[in-house]
Design a protein. Sequence first.
Length: 184
Amino acid sequence: MAATKPLIKKGIFALLLVVIAVSFYYLTIWITPYYVQHKFAEKSLGFVNTPRFGDQPNAENSRVIPLPNPDFLYSTVNYDLKDSILKISGIVPDSTYWSISAYQENTTNYFVQNEEQVKSKFEYYLVPPEGSTSEALKNIPKEKIIYSPTTKGLILFRYLVSKAYPVKQLAELQHGVTVEKLAK
């Protein structure tokens, strides 16, 4: 009997340790994306619902990798759909990679399109989670409506710099993206 008490104590301690480790693991996985998005949103204060453009690769910053892939031009729209629907439009380059991705507040991706699915021009309407019965969406085709699962999030654009599109020409297309607020 005396020998089983230390075994029971060790078993309870091991079980408690496993419960703490598993709890910490899942808590970390749940909190980290919100923390990352929150930090990005802090940097974007004052730039909500407006396009922001990443640095263009050039000779001065070629020794430092400022972005995940220096062959791409990046643009973002940090959005808040609390008061409006957003109309996002622009031109798609025809001989190089282009994509638009939408991320909800916890960094989960919920929408992606690239130059294979979208030709020439794009026009999307970003709608809040509860959907919308707005007059602005009455005559809009359903494939142009993006239903966001959260009121806040991020839209990311990628443009691949190539022989067909040098940096300057792609930057013009990148800066041609417009974001308009429409009444709910």
